[in-house]
Design a protein around this ligand. Structure first.
Ligand SMILES: [Zn+2]
Ligand SMILES: [Zn+2]
Ligand SMILES: [Zn+2]
Ligand SMILES: [Zn+2]
Length: 453
């Protein structure tokens, strides 16, 4: 495993007494510098994004479908040919044999990993050295993996070579454990999850809620870029989980999925940031409320609210922010209003719900409403995220587009917002389709502004 980062000029792998394996910066890095560029060992699109190219994750206008298994797609013949030699030649008969039954991405990923391990001994070595946190999984999780391995064995059965790779159920269960604590969510340029993948070098980087780097993906490859100034000798860290979440919720996901609790500065202090994310606040002065005997009270104003009501409002926002929840806009609006009244605009579930409503408002051409919500979402993002965070850049970009739709919009402000979005997204994504689109809008806005003067 140590060989993985050998010869890298930017980072090195070191052993820390407390943390174990750490990736350390070898030079001074600025926001936007590429810390690590990493090919996937294996990666597959999510089931709901199955029309994405199985090799580069691009959405083609007319995707090519594999004519044999009819189960997977490509952006063009180039990707199809390359994928055929490296994976699909052996994968195709497996997919064809399930007769258009949906194969969960984890099973497909396991199939591809088996192919890599059988065809390329070096892959086997990489997998042998990956963390599986054996012994830390709960009984219930192990049962789920055992069930998955029954399905996976069936899936691999048409190919003797692949089937024989896992001679005992525990070998396969180990792979599912490896996936759970090492897999990356592959995202598109708008940071939507579109697939899963194993990126061995990137998987060496530890988590911090106060991370100094971020992972984005292009053509299925992972790019780790710095979002802060990183002096030589400092540890490189990325986020394994969403950062706009309370200390308690972050660590509950980290311990159940990754088997550790985080000791970063944000987790140790918590403080104001954590209170804003999770505590109810006074609807008059916005001070955080003190909990006394079943109710929250403001020390200054006469405001108080029962803790049952707080829990109800929080649950409502959380449930309604989830995919598949009601899409009845008036109900969502009223839940958001209650959420903001009780918790303010920085609460994690208020943020999730607002995100969902903004998308729905834009789809329904309710641009004015979307702009208002986007304004307060930005305020929360500015506070919660590092200044070069991709989600902040994307929201600024969206906000500028919304503002431009207004009659007599403030072009000077739009232009400032676009410039900030540009510097953030160039740092997190580099030059890509998204930043080119942003370039065009910057230029257009500048031209209009000059014309008005
Ligand atoms: Zn492709
Ligand atoms: Zn096929
Ligand atoms: Zn932390
Ligand atoms: Zn108050």
């Amino acid at each position: 495993m140590e060989g993985l980062l050998e010869g890298n000029h930017d980072v090195s792998l070191e052993q820390d007494e407390v943390k174990g394996r750490t990736v350390i910066s070898k030079r001074s890095l600025q926001p936007g510098d590429i810390v690590l560029h990493c090919q996937p060992l294996v990666a597959v699109p999510n089931a709901e994004n199955h029309q994405l190219c199985s090799r580069c994750f691009r959405q083609a206008a007319k995707p090519l479908r594999c004519s044999r298994c009819k189960m997977i797609f490509y952006c063009g013949s180039n990707c199809q040919k390359k994928d055929w030699t490296s994976f699909h030649k052996r994968e195709c008969p497996l997919l064809a044999a399930v007769h258009s039954q949906i194969v969960p991405p984890t099973i497909r990923l396991l199939g591809r990993l088996a192919i890599a391990m059988v065809d390329r001994p070096s892959s086997r070595e990489v997998v042998d050295h990956m963390m599986d946190h054996r012994g830390k999984w709960t009984e219930k999780q192990m049962q789920v993996y055992a069930q998955m391995s029954v399905f996976a064995t069936q899936y691999l059965s048409p190919d003797e070579g692949l089937r024989d790779l896992f001679q005992h159920a525990s070998h396969m269960i180990r792979i599912f454990c490896i996936f759970s604590c090492n897999n990356f969510n592959v995202s598109d340029q708008s940071m939507n999850h579109v697939g899963i993948g194993l990126y061995p070098e990137a998987a060496l980087i530890n988590h911090s809620c106060d991370c100094n780097s971020v992972a984005t993906f292009s053509d299925g490859e992972a790019f780790i870029r710095s979002v802060k100034h990183i002096p030589p000798g400092q540890e490189i860290t990325i986020n394994y989980i969403e950062l706009a979440s309370s200390k308690e919720n972050r660590n509950s996901i980290l311990s159940s999925n990754f088997h550790f609790v985080c000791h970063c500065d944000l987790c140790q202090s918590g403080g104001d940031r954590d209170a804003r994310l999770s505590q109810p606040s006074c609807n008059k002065c916005r001070r955080f409320l003190k909990r006394e005997e079943g109710a929250y009270r403001c020390k200054v104003c006469a405001y108080s609210i029962s803790s049952t009501r707080c829990d109800d409002v929080m649950d409502k926002c959380r449930n309604m922010s989830e995919r598949g929840a009601t899409d009845h806009v008036p109900s969502l609006r009223s839940a958001l209003k209650e959420g903001e009244e009780v918790f303010g605009i920085y609460n994690e579930f208020v943020i999730l719900l607002k995100n969902r409503l903004i998308k729905m408002s834009i789809e329904g051409s309710q641009f004015q409403e979307a702009t208002l919500m986007s304004e307060s979402l930005l305020e929360a993002y500015e506070y919660l995220y590092p200044s070069y965070w991709p989600l902040l850049g994307l929201q600024l970009f969206m906000h500028a587009k919304l503002l431009r739709l207004e009659e007599n919009c403030d072009l000077k402000r739009v232009s400032e917002i676009l410039r900030r979005a540009h510097s953030i997204l160039m740092s997190s994504h580099g030059r890509c389709k998204l930043t080119l689109e942003l370039d065009d809008l910057c230029r257009e806005t500048e031209a209009e502004l000059n014309h008005r003067r």
